[in-house]
Design a protein. Structure first.
Length: 198
């Protein structure tokens, strides 16, 4: 029986295994059975015994890897009816507001938006106050209701500004005409610059 060391490149940890050699009759060669003893301490070089066996360790790491992949695959996906995420910002510290849900004594949901700076750094870090969803939704509906009536006027104004910027659609022709003037005068200009350099 001997001790074999294996350095895991991903984690940077060196593991120590107890290796027992035996003859495999089917394959006609020597084989080895390994059992994890522990990991090698980088500073002392001593073998620190494993708390759990390798099979359980591998299963746990597989579960963690799958969970990590699930979280990564769900990034940026909104799986709840929450249209205000990323649109409310604190006027005191500039941090985005985060939604928090609680239930009152009757079991009714009570959603409110709180400054994330206040959540991370404590209540004293930001003087902002929570915004309750029940209060903000009617305000937003009235704003959107007011803008709906003027949406046509806004689109007409946009078209007018676009036409003004593009000279009523004649801008490409004007650019082509200027390019012809430049192209026609370019050989003469280059010749005059060459003559000055001589």
């Amino acid at each position: 029986m001997s001790i074999v060391y294996h350095h895991d490149k991903r984690s940077g940890i060196t593991y120590a295994y107890e290796s027992k050699s035996y003859w495999d009759r089917e394959k006609g060669q020597s084989r080895a059975k390994r059992r994890l003893i522990g990991r090698v301490d980088d500073e002392t070089g001593e073998i620190v015994p494993a708390i759990v066996d390798e099979e359980l360790w591998d299963k746990a790491n597989e579960v963690l890897r799958r969970r990590s992949e699930d979280v990564k695959s769900r990034q940026g996906i909104c799986n709840h009816a929450n249209l205000l995420t990323g649109k409310l910002y604190c006027t005191c510290c500039g941090q985005p507001y985060s939604r928090r849900e609680s239930k009152d004594r009757k079991g009714n949901k009570n959603s409110k938006w709180i400054c994330s700076g206040k959540i991370k750094n404590g209540a004293d870090s930001c003087p902002s106050f929570p915004i309750y969803e029940e209060e903000i939704k009617p305000v937003l509906f009235s704003v959107f209701g007011d803008t709906q009536s003027s949406a046509e006027a806004m689109s007409e104004e946009y078209i007018r500004l676009y036409n003004e910027q593009t000279d009523g659609g004649t801008l490409p022709q004007k650019i082509a005409a200027q390019q012809k003037i430049i192209d026609a005068g370019l050989p003469e200009y280059c010749a005059s610059r060459l003559a000055v350099g001589r």
